[in-house]
Design a protein around this ligand. Structure first.
Ligand SMILES: NC(=O)c1ccc[n+]([C@@H]2O[C@H](COP(=O)([O-])OP(=O)(O)OC[C@H]3O[C@@H](n4cnc5c(N)ncnc54)[C@H](O)[C@@H]3O)[C@@H](O)[C@H]2O)c1
Length: 270
């Protein structure tokens, strides 16, 4: 298998200025893809695109700003990306946000923000992408869900609601668009070391005591007892984007160090 397994493929990754999205951009470019990176952070996405482009001067790597909570922006940026790349083979809908964790005080604004970025952005970006993906000979759509899209989550029921919706969307689109050869899959990460990670334990991301206690609780239930590096998630995205996963569609794949496998028994029961 060539290491350039995305040679000639044209890919869009959202939320690519940081974390897993950035790691995915690095992996996809190294595998030969041309890329449009999308993020609300104009400076960040421009910087990441410039850095990756400098490492791969034979590739197209463009950064575009979009606020993906706006459905028209989600459509516009995908159309602009596909036009820039001369087509589209891969769309990784990675953008998302942790929801408000104070369920009883939930506001319509907090609800809308969580649902709009985690779910609606992927709906509209993918709706725009299908016309392009139908013309591809190896089309792949990837969504980022979460272990919170597989199990209920006490931390944020709202986030879990949104991430379950992403899994439902993934499976429904896989069924509907399989006739065009379009594969649609979801990645369900456990804890990943990115700027977002600490917000799971303290929404402000600042209280070290809360963060340390929350991390410890989570690691006590994770077979490998550690968080993932963003590059480990990027490896799964690369696999799902490439033809190595040509018979995988409609799947939601945990990548969580064993968090969803069950209750770890590091000391086996007698
Ligand atoms: N970090 C984790 O532990 C973890 C675990 C499971 C799932 N996830 C999911 O991964 C995705 C992103 O996580 P990450 O950890 O890579 O994040 P990150 O914090 O490293 O980066 C998030 C990126 O999203 C961008 N963004 C924020 N709002 C946006 C908007 N309105 N429009 C466009 N871009 C916007 C930010 O500018 C930033 O670059 C989310 O879908 C999240 O739910 C994260």
């Amino acid at each position: 298998m060539s290491t350039l397994e995305l040679e000639g493929r044209r890919a869009v990754i959202t939320a690519a200025a940081s974390g897993m999205g950035r790691a995915g951009a690095e992996a996809f470019a190294a595998a030969g893809a041309d890329l449009v990176l999308v993020d609300i952070d104009q400076d960040g996405v421009t910087r990441v695109a410039t850095e990756i482009g400098a490492q791969h001067p034979d590739r197209t790597v463009v950064g575009l700003r979009a606020d993906l909570t706006d459905p028209l922006e989600a459509r516009r940026v995908v159309a602009e990306a596909a036009t820039t790349l001369g087509g589209l083979d891969i769309l990784w809908n990675h953008a998302g946000i942790f929801g408000d964790n104070d369920f009883e005080q939930i506001t319509p604004e907090a609800y809308a923000l969580c649902m709009n970025l985690n779910v609606q952005s992927g709906v509209f970006a993918t709706a725009e992408a299908f016309a392009w993906l139908r013309q591809s000979d190896a089309p792949s759509v990837i969504f980022t869900s979460s272990t919170s899209g597989m199990m209920g989550a006490t931390g944020s029921p709202l986030y879990s609601t949104a991430k379950f919706a992403v899994v439902g969307l993934t499976k429904s689109l896989a069924l509907r668009y399989g006739q065009y050869g379009i594969r649609v899959n979801a990645i369900c990460p456990g804890l990943v070391e990115t700027p977002m990670a600490n917000h799971f334990f303290d929404p402000a991301g600042a209280d070290k005591g809360l963060i340390d206690a929350g991390r410890q609780r989570l690691m006590d239930h994770t077979a490998l007892a550690r968080a993932a590096a963003p590059s480990e998630i990027a490896e799964l995205a690369l696999f799902l984007a490439s033809s190595r996963s040509s018979y995988i569609s409609g799947a939601h794949i945990p990548i969580d160090g064993g968090y969803t496998a069950g209750i770890p028994g590091r000391k086996p029961l007698p």
